[in-house]
Write a protein that binds this ligand. Structure first.
Ligand SMILES: [Zn+2]
Length: 435
């Protein structure tokens, strides 16, 4: 453990309150400096007044007005369960007891000499459920919610998660959001929704016309930045789509960053975690712009199964739907290539992914190399001088990584110039009998 590394950890208030002495043990044994606390407090009426919901719980019809829509006009999902549980997007109904417990947890962190940041959600809620990033009523809600979090509890920061489009393992998420509000937002940002829609359709048609020999060549050869685009045409709407989505996230985040700093002062920390670098533009994250709207960066690398692995699997399966004759090994190779991971030694069959198994991330996967590759890429993209902390698995959230791999990645982070790291779970790092 290098003394100068900043060490953060995600925690729930309940765990802190139930386990007196735990924070001190984390501080003394793994060098913990700050806690990123799940917000589960009770919002006051003046914040709830900004909820875009029509009632609690909201009507499904109202939720459908607030969620994202694909380029083909279909809603992002028909499963509104998670949205229907809340008092507004990303906020569940809470009780005064929970609020008191959360305030106690904050006091305990401060007493242990630790900073507290709240973790709060944004656009993507669960699987393919996404609240529309162009919707002004959603924007007013996030603004009121984040301002309240920044000013009502005496915390030092807010860490936004899911300020992005759905994870890349849900291929249809790449085609969100093209609703009327986003069409308007596109115009404001200098884009043409209809041109993007038609150029993407053109690119998909071209791609589906590839021969197996061309696909094989594409899968097995090192590509330059424009090589893949040869196959789908170079119409501007295709690239504009990725620029537009990243621009929209950046514009909105910049707005929230300004509003929160106006309310909580210049020293308050406000920012968002970032999607694994190789895939981040597919989720609307342009990491080179992170310093425009975030006071820190935290590449989210702790979910190797959910982000890269399931993406490779889903993309390979999609390629095999389009090209039934394409062998699985080549479909996977193509997914690795287009995802930016083809230089790693990755499995040539899906069974070896062992998805759902506790050791899936390292049974046949080069875990350290996958995480290190995205750590290195993020460092390359992120603005110099922006404090950055990769999020890695400390054990148990949900899987355990082997301790030597965790230690190796901690060293990798510091070697690459990160200011520290943030853990999800600490089970492999530290024995502690949690109540
Ligand atoms: Zn929209």
């Amino acid at each position: 453990m290098t003394k100068s590394a900043r060490v953060g950890l995600y925690l729930d208030p309940e765990i802190i309150v139930r386990n007196s002495g735990y924070l001190e043990a984390l501080r003394d044994r793994i060098g913990l400096n700050w806690v990123i606390l799940t917000f589960n407090g009770k919002l006051p009426p003046e914040v709830l007044a900004h909820s875009p919901y029509d009632s609690v719980p909201p009507s499904p019809a109202r939720v459908r007005e607030l969620i994202a829509y694909h380029l083909d006009g279909q809603p992002c999902t028909d499963d509104l369960t998670v949205a229907l549980r809340g008092v507004g997007p990303h906020v569940s109904a809470s009780t005064p007891q929970k609020d008191a417990e959360m305030r106690q947890a904050i006091a305990m962190c401060h007493a242990a000499g630790l900073d507290v940041w709240f973790m709060a959600g944004m656009y993507t809620a669960h699987e393919s459920l996404m609240f529309c990033p162009g919707n002004k009523e959603n924007e007013r809600w996030y603004e009121a919610y984040y301002t309240h979090l920044a000013t009502a509890y005496g915390v030092q920061g807010i860490d936004i998660t899911h300020a992005r489009f759905p994870k890349t393992s849900l291929p249809r998420g790449i085609f969100l959001c093209a609703c009327a509000a986003c069409t308007q937002a596109a115009t404001e940002l200098g884009y043409d929704m209809e041109a993007m829609r038609s150029d993407i359709a053109h690119a998909l048609t071209r791609f589906k016309q590839l021969t197996l020999k061309q696909l094989s060549t594409l899968a097995t050869n090192t590509l330059g930045p424009l090589d893949a685009l040869h196959f789908v045409g170079l119409r501007p709407g295709l690239l504009d789509w990725f620029r537009f989505r990243a621009d929209l996230i950046a514009r909105n985040m910049k707005h929230f960053h300004t509003v929160v700093h106006q309310a909580a002062g210049p020293d308050f920390v406000f920012g968002a975690d970032n999607y694994p670098a190789s895939l981040s533009l597919f989720a609307g994250h342009d990491q080179t712009r992170w310093g425009e709207f975030s006071d820190f960066a935290s590449p989210l690398l702790s979910h190797v199964d959910a982000f890269p692995m399931k993406t490779w699997a889903a993309w390979a399966q999609q390629f095999q739907v389009w090209f039934p004759q394409l062998p699985e090994a080549e479909a996977l190779q193509l997914a690795y290539r287009l995802g930016g991971y083809a230089d790693l030694d990755l499995p040539d069959n899906l069974a070896d992914f062992a998805l759902g198994e506790p050791d899936s991330e390292y049974r046949h996967m080069p875990l350290r190399e996958i995480v290190r590759s995205d750590m290195a890429k993020a460092k390359l993209y992120l603005p110099e001088g922006l404090p950055a902390y990769p999020i890695i698995q400390g054990g148990g959230a949900p899987w355990d990584w082997p301790l030597p791999t965790v230690q190796q990645l901690m060293a990798d982070a510091l070697d690459l110039g990160y200011a520290g790291y943030i853990f999800q779970g600490t089970r492999v790092l530290m024995d502690y009998d949690l109540k």
